[in-house]
Design a protein. Structure first.
Lengths: 631, 379
């Protein structure tokens, strides 16, 4: 059952004086002693003598003042927010309705909570230093306006040197754009990030450090904040997190300190928590959080902040660069793996032979599943990705090793497949082989997307298994095997088309992977510009036949579609073209048609039909007709 | 000069050499003018045929400003109001007073049939662009049809209904006072029956709306799946309104020129006519030839099948004139028109036989969501 305080002192301003009558009209009939803020502050000892409970309504400064006095004199506090103090209402979970807020303010069941002070100033919600785009926005602000404001600041952000210290002796030297001290996660975008790790009575103060190392990382951070992940909230890539009873913040240059949005102090900032300092009437949502004895008293999560060489670069720059730079120590494992991938070894050679043999068997059997097996077995993707990184970072050893490994792989595949071709007694062009003889711009698109995916999945251990999917999508060994088959048969067209497809994949992956690594911050610039220029020239050269081929494919599809709307009246017989497949066989255009007719077609009819096609359709077309008869 | 610059220059020169089309040989104007007569309805009724057609003729003239010998072609235009007597009078004037080399007419079948009766008398080549009645070329040596005739149109419509739409039962509507309508309705009926289809009714439309409700209710009782309507646009619209009124939604098919008239004169009824099919001369979504692409570039503004047919008709006439030593020689022009072989029209090849009959593709169009939809092309 709810119990109420028998009496209370009501601290008000002239704007909130009319609440006295409503307090007196509360069903519990409390004894209310009204007093203005000014009168109380003139002589608080006299005004608060023997007072057990204070109800306060007025500006935020008044409420903070009463909170300080509550800590000193030990009375409990009930706050009645004004219409404009929505954040305060949300912070203490106070109902929006005034009568309900009065009811809560007069309840005799206060919760003991912490009080946070920064340089001696009471912090109700947050204290900020520097630039904190989007983090400092209230949670109820419109997403569009928040995003717009954050994007407008995109090229104004700079990182400066910061020193952070915690009570436990932790000292962090980093670069950051700003820092936010939070009393409680409720009510701000920043609070979302630590909602599971902080309460109003956990004996600690929380600090979020913002350090976007590049525009790309900043955009990623905005995206993470706008679209929060479901249950488990993880810190975005540009954010560090400290939690301690005391946190000291010292930027390289002196900055203003904002307490609850008001400029009140200067750095350095010392923020400390006064555990269980005040008793406040709070709503059920805050009460249900309870105290957090189980949480770690101190937490330092600064892995995502700049460190090592990154610090020097961050401190040097006035504005953050577009792409970030990651120091080698951060991605030591990846670089080690890529260097290993670039080195040729027996395992690689054996796997190349096996995958080529498997691909050749799959191609002859016209079996997609066997060919997929060969794609998964093929080890070619690894040196290509290493080559991309080598070109990006200008690492000559990596470039040389990767090139040797790739060329050796190509040679093995071509030799092995041409030998296998000589063993097979027949020259059957299967559908799977045919599919690799018409590369177009679409194949280049597949290679580029695969290159991005390959670099991306290689960069993150948690998605490394996705590389198998990339290998299937881009399929490096089957085109090489078809090219080798072309050599075995002495068919240059066969060889050139399949090898063009392989070259498309190779060049596409190298360029896309290098750019992806660049965007992900593995290099401050494309170092080996000459080598990259050669690859780009190769891309331009390859693009010419691919463009022509693409044009042909589009023309073919359009023509096939058009054919489905063609009808012929031949010798009094009506011929409906149901399907048409345009094929280029040995330099000749062959159209294979499926036609629907009701009357029996004789040779004379077919001759007339072909004659009409010859008259009305340009180019030399060889017509093959399959007939379906309507009953 | 460095190697890179040399290579760039070689590539650039090669591109220039292979990438540019050779310019067409220029024709020197001779200063001579050859007159061509145009007879078309520009007032009273069927105005769209005249106006849209004349736009097409101007497009063809823009594509061929001079004949190959440098002579310039000049138009002498007469409005026949789609009236046979006025058309015959105009033909006489153009032949003898204006001394035109040939006459191109955009009028309907009834009017052209009247002109055809006088063609042997005047001995002047007449190019009938839109008149599809088969008798337009009968018993005369001077009239040539650029369009397909009703025999071909009726036959294709019957095949399309039976084999593409898989419809077995149709009702036919015709205007008995209109020669074109009666003729095409009869051709379709004969062809459809010959193909084993069932003609449930042949309804005569006399333009009295009060009768239409009763008529269509009666027709509905015999359950035809399709209504074949070689009628004027206003009659088709009236039928459609009554069909809505009585809640009946059969497949409907009309004939050449219907959609062109709706698009140019009755756009407010496009929604009402949604789903209507019609045999036609042209659709811009059909495969357009190189000649069609050039015409598209030269033409300004809206294009209907009347416009397209006029472009083709006038171009065939100019082509025939170009093949004569004297481009004003009427006899030669007539012979050359009637020996046109595989002329590249807008959507396919056109040939005209010795009897003056055109052999050309036919299009089936429809109206869907207020737009003309290309359904099929029949060769």
């Amino acid at each position: 059952m709810k119990t109420y305080v028998p009496g209370a002192t009501f601290v008000h301003t002239s704007e909130t004086e009319d609440l006295v009558e409503r307090l007196l009209g509360h069903p519990s009939q409390p004894s209310i002693k009204p007093i203005t803020v000014d009168a109380l502050m003139n002589d608080p000892a006299r005004g608060l003598a023997g007072v057990e409970h204070v109800v306060v309504s007025g500006p935020l400064e008044t409420i903070k003042g009463i909170t300080l006095l509550a800590a000193e004199y030990g009375f409990s506090v009930g706050a009645i927010p004004t219409d404009k103090q929505r954040r305060l209402a949300r912070f203490y979970d106070i109902p929006g309705d005034v009568d309900a807020a009065i009811d809560l303010a007069l309840t005799a069941d206060p919760m003991t909570i912490d009080m946070v002070l920064c340089n001696g100033y009471v912090v109700l919600f947050q204290a900020t230093v520097g630039q904190l785009p989007m983090l400092d926005a209230p949670i109820d602000a419109g997403k569009f306006s928040m995003l717009k404001a954050a994007l407008l600041r995109i090229f104004k952000i700079d990182l400066i040197k910061y020193r952070f210290a915690t009570q436990g002796g932790g000292e962090i030297i980093t670069a950051a754009s700003g820092c936010m001290i939070l009393h409680h996660p409720k009510g701000s975008m920043a609070g979302r990030l630590i909602a599971n790790d902080s309460t109003i009575a956990d004996g600690s103060v929380s600090a979020l450090i913002s350090a976007p190392m590049s525009v790309v990382k900043y955009l990623k951070f905005l995206l993470q904040l706008m679209i929060p992940a479901g249950g488990n909230v993880t810190l975005p890539s540009s954010i560090g997190y400290l939690k301690s009873p005391v946190i000291e913040i010292e930027p390289g240059t002196e900055l203003d300190g904002y307490i609850d949005g008001e400029k009140q102090t200067r750095t350095p900032l010392r923020c400390e928590v006064k555990p269980a300092a005040v008793r406040v009437n709070v709503g059920p949502a805050i009460r249900s959080e309870g105290t957090t004895e189980n949480l770690a008293a101190e937490r330092v999560d600064v892995d995502k902040l700049p460190r090592g060489k990154e610090l020097k670069k961050a401190w040097k720059r006035e504005r953050i660069p577009f792409f970030s730079y990651a120091s080698e120590e951060r991605f030591q494992d990846l670089f080690t793996a890529l260097r290993d991938d670039s080195k040729i070894n027996g395992l690689y050679l054996v796997l190349m032979v096996l995958s080529t043999m498997l691909a050749a068997a799959g191609l002859y059997l016209d079996s997609a599943s066997v060919i997929i097996g060969a794609m998964l077995l093929a080890p070619l993707m690894a040196p290509i990705v290493s080559l991309a990184m080598g070109l990006l970072r200008g690492e000559e050893t990596m470039i040389r090793n990767s090139l040797v490994k790739i060329l050796a792989g190509i040679a093995i595949a071509l030799i092995a497949s041409s030998f296998i071709t000589l063993i097979f007694p027949y020259q059957a062009v299967t559908g799977e082989m045919q599919a690799r003889l018409n590369p177009s711009l679409l194949d280049l698109a597949v290679a580029i997307i695969s290159g991005v995916a390959a670099a991306y999945s290689k960069s993150f251990k948690e998605i490394i298994q996705s590389l198998a999917g990339v290998a299937i999508a881009v399929a490096l060994v089957p085109p090489l095997t078809v090219a080798g088959t072309g050599i075995g048969w002495g068919d240059f067209h066969f060889f050139s088309q399949a090898f063009l497809l392989f070259s498309t994949n190779l060049v596409g992956i190298i360029i896309a992977a290098a750019l992806t690594f660049r965007i992900l911050g593995f290099s401050p610039a494309i170092r080996s510009k000459r080598s990259m220029g050669i690859v780009l020239c190769l891309l331009a050269l390859i693009s010419v036949p691919l463009c022509i081929s693409y044009g042909r494919i589009v023309e073919k599809r359009l023509m096939e579609q058009r054919w489905q709307k063609e009808r012929f009246l031949v010798n009094g017989k009506y011929i409906i073209v149901e399907q048409a497949d345009l094929r280029g066989i040995g330099g000749k255009q062959v159209v294979v048609m499926e036609v629907v007719v009701r009357d029996l077609l004789n040779r004379q009819d077919l001759k007339e039909f072909k004659k009409k096609i010859k008259i009305h359709f340009p180019g030399k077309l060889i017509v093959r007709v399959k007939t379906i008869y309507l009953p | 000069m460095c190697l890179t610059r040399r290579i760039t220059m070689i590539i650039f020169t090669a591109l220039l050499a292979f990438g540019c089309e050779p310019a067409p040989p220029s024709i020197t104007p001779s200063g001579n003018i050859i007159k061509i007569g145009i007879i078309a309805p520009f007032s009273v009724s069927d105005v769209a045929k005249g106006e849209e057609g004349l736009r097409g003729i101007h497009t063809a003239m823009a594509m061929h400003p001079l004949l190959n010998n440098g002579d310039k072609v000049e138009l002498v235009v007469r409005d026949d109001q789609n009236n046979p007597a006025k058309a015959v009078q105009a033909l006489k004037e153009l032949t003898h007073t204006e001394q035109v080399a040939a006459v191109l007419t955009l009028s309907g079948s009834e009017t052209v049939l009247a002109m055809a009766g006088q063609a042997n008398v005047h001995q002047i080549p007449i190019v009938a662009v839109l008149a599809t009645h088969p008798d337009v070329t009968k018993d005369n040596h001077w009239v040539s049809q650029i369009c397909f005739d009703n025999i071909f149109q009726g036959q294709v419509a019957a095949f399309f209904v039976r084999d593409d739409l898989l419809v077995d039962r149709v009702a036919i509507f015709k205007t008995p006072t209109n020669i074109y309508s009666s003729n095409l309705a009869a051709e379709f009926k004969d062809q459809f029956r010959a193909l084993g289809g069932d003609v449930t009714d042949v309804v005569e439309i006399l333009g009295e709306e009060a009768d239409l409700v009763q008529t269509l209710t009666r027709v509905r009782e015999k359950d035809p799946e399709l209504l074949y309507m070689p009628l004027a646009a206003q009659d088709v619209i009236a039928i459609q309104q009554v069909l809505k009124q009585i809640g009946w939604d059969p497949i409907e098919m009309a004939s050449d020129g219907l959609l062109a008239t709706v698009i140019s004169q009755h756009t407010e009824h496009l929604d009402l006519l949604d789903g209507l099919l019609a045999t036609e001369f042209f659709h811009y979504l059909s495969q357009v030839t190189e000649f069609g692409q050039r015409a598209k570039k030269a033409h300004k503004g809206r294009a209907t099948s009347y416009t397209a047919m006029a472009v083709e008709g006038f171009s065939i006439l100019l082509d025939a004139m170009n093949r004569c030593d004297d481009p004003a020689d009427r006899d030669c022009i007539n012979r050359q028109i009637r020996s046109t072989t595989d002329f590249e029209g807008l959507i396919g090849k056109i040939s005209i036989d010795a009897k003056g009959k055109a052999h050309r593709p036919l299009i089936v169009n429809g109206i869907k969501n207020g737009r003309m939809q290309y359904i099929v092309k029949v060769y």
